[in-house]
Design a protein. Structure first.
Length: 439
């Protein structure tokens, strides 16, 4: 009799597990099975299905009581609700107390606490999960995320945690190289490292490779976080068309995500403002432009760049002075350009100082300067000399407008001469910023 009863309980638990798994598949594969126009209905439909399934589980509560395997399934179901609840935390806490050897219990509890933004205790849960099973991919991914979310007192501790985050994400990828969510976790970890250093082209390549691998997975490519995070780094790289497209895709996949929509609009506004200032020569009056054009004095404005200089490799060279229309796209080595500031563009949403320069010919170009003290920047009328200028073509197309202009990107302000004088080191900002990767 007991044997038959146990067998019946096993069958019912199997049925419960299938019900819970179906909810997970419905949620995770929603956009694979529904048109993107119905993305805005996903949350409500998931909520309805979770609550319906919870009602169905009530009939089993008398039979199973505090059976940890039943509670695990109930906790997993509660974890799929769009609004995470205290009940979810309580149920899963009971699971790990009754059966601490169940890895999935620790992983589900960690995920619940992660959503509740209880990062410290969440990380403890995932630590326990990976200690018990180094092959549990969801725990490897979440542990990687948590290492980046927890607050650290010392910068070196944060840097160490980011490196460890990359290592754990790599372990997840190694478990299944076709798992897009593991690649997304690795891409996010690389992104966090990049924004902590801002000077490693190799990391940048690894980021885009990881995002590309993530997007190759049919399920992960439907994840709005992928497109939001990719858009953020594309924005920093001044690849504005791709950034806008990425943010817009994040909005299509999650219509309620206001920040993604705001970011896309901010880029368009920024590019539109630059284009207007370049086209109208900073909106200055003609007498102001005439005054600036008469103020060019190459011998003074080029300062030390008018003489022989010694390169970092110890070579003595003389930079060749060129006008804006003589520049090539890419790095213009052993060249120096100089222009006068005709406008500066305030942009709280970007990390650079943006200015429009005019040269002796009256041609204008945009300059973006990174890693500078926020209070520093050349003023209208100042001369700015730039050695080895890096030129890019900025293109952006919206529904009703198309923008095209040239931009010079300066990653270190210390190479500049402003009014013939080098920029002081006190105006250089340590190359790290705070960036919130969406996990």
């Amino acid at each position: 009799m007991n044997e038959n009863s146990d067998k019946a309980s096993e069958e019912q638990l199997k049925l419960i597990t299938e019900k819970v798994n179906k909810v997970g598949i419905f949620r995770d594969d929603y956009l694979l099975n529904h048109p993107i126009e119905e993305a805005n209905l996903k949350e409500e439909r998931v909520r309805t299905l979770v609550e319906k399934t919870l009602d169905e589980l009530k009939e089993y509560e008398t039979l199973f009581g505090n059976d940890p395997l039943f509670l695990l399934e109930k906790g997993k179901l509660l974890n799929k609700h769009p609004e995470i609840s205290d009940e979810c935390e309580k149920v899963l806490t009971k699971v790990v107390k009754l059966r601490p050897e169940i890895v999935e219990g620790w992983s589900e509890l960690g995920e619940c606490l992660f959503k509740l933004r209880k990062f410290d205790v969440s990380m403890t849960c995932f630590q326990k999960a990976v200690e018990k099973d180094l092959t549990h991919t969801p725990s490897l991914r979440h542990y990687s995320m948590l290492l980046r979310q927890v607050k650290y007192k010392e910068p070196e501790d944060k840097d160490k945690a980011i490196r460890e985050s990359i290592d754990w994400a790599k372990r997840a990828v190694a478990r299944d190289v076709k798992d897009g969510f593991s690649w997304l976790t690795l891409a996010n970890a690389y992104t966090a490292m990049f924004f902590a250093t801002l000077d490693n082209d190799q990391i940048l390549k690894q980021i885009f490779t990881a995002y590309e691998k993530a997007a190759a997975d049919d399920r992960t490519v439907m994840c709005p976080d992928l497109h939001y995070n990719k858009g953020s780094i594309l924005m920093y790289e001044e690849r504005f068309q791709e950034a806008v497209d990425s943010f817009n895709q994040a909005v299509r996949l999650e219509p309620s995500w206001q920040q993604a929509e705001v970011n896309a609009k901010n880029i368009v506004t920024y590019v539109d403002t630059i284009s207007e200032f370049l086209g109208k020569k900073g909106k200055l009056k003609q007498r102001q432009i005439d005054k600036i054009m008469k103020s060019f004095k190459l011998s003074t404005d080029l300062g030390e760049y008018s003489k022989n200089i010694t390169t970092p490799a110890g070579e003595t060279i003389k930079l060749k002075y060129q006008k804006f229309n003589e520049l090539n796209v890419g790095r213009n080595e052993n060249i120096v350009i100089m222009g006068k500031v005709i406008s500066t563009i305030a942009n709280e949403n970007f990390l650079n100082f943006t200015a429009c320069l005019i040269d002796e010919n009256g041609d204008c170009i945009c300059v973006t300067i990174y890693n500078r003290k926020m209070s520093w920047g050349p003023k209208i009328g100042d001369s700015v000399a730039i050695p080895d200028p890096f030129v890019s073509e900025i293109s952006l197309k919206t529904n009703d407008k198309e923008y095209n202009y040239r931009n010079i990107r300066v990653d270190c302000p210390l190479i500049l001469l402003v009014n013939g004088r080098k920029v002081g080191r006190e105006n250089y900002l340590s190359s790290s910023i705070s960036f919130d990767v969406k996990d």
